[in-house]
Design a protein around this ligand. Sequence first.
Ligand SMILES: [Zn+2]
Length: 235
Amino acid sequence: MKITLLNGPTFNLSQKFGFDIKVVRSPLAKRLTLRIDEKNHRPILTIPRYCSQAKAIAFIESNHDWIVNMLARLPQPKGFSNGESISFFGKNYIVLHTPSQRGTCFEDGFLKVGGEIEFLHRRVLDFLKQQALKKLSELTVKKAKQIGCRVSGVSIKDTKSRWGSCSTLGNINYNWRICMAPVFVIDYLICHEVNHLKHPDHSSLFWEALKNICPNYEEGRHWLKVKGKELYKYV
Ligand SMILES: [Zn+2]
């Protein structure tokens, strides 16, 4: 069912309930429904065209425990920390605080991070983004060449709404977190975006062409749907 968003105010209910909630008024909705937006850690309430705020709040109140439960089950946002293992383009590295070192680098299975410990998260984040951009650019240009296309530019974004996008001008954007996904997932995403250089929409032609350059694309797509949210915990 396609939902036309008439408006999408965020009701600030954190004082009342301990969480905020996005309310979407939909002319197609016949009743009030709740779902959890896993990427943004927030419940979304869809209400029919004529529904009072009081009724909406009463509905939230009656589902309060369910919402709290669902939110508690989501991966908690976290930063990078010393000693943790991370995956970068399918290889595992242990983050290792190395105060004497200048800068950040991959070395012998470690991601070595210099400087003060309180800046470790920021340094790992900056480093991964920079390395991800380099690798994603190379792989994207190569893949585009394979299908006889040219990419105008590759950039990374810190978006929570999508994994990648391709503009009509041929610029491809990626969510930087994709660098921590398994290689077959990264490959799927690159193929998907590059394929948009030829097919701007998600028509049946698009999926047919995608199958030619990425035969197991469904596995990558499925992984992002099911496990992608795990990577959103990195903020
Ligand atoms: Zn697409």
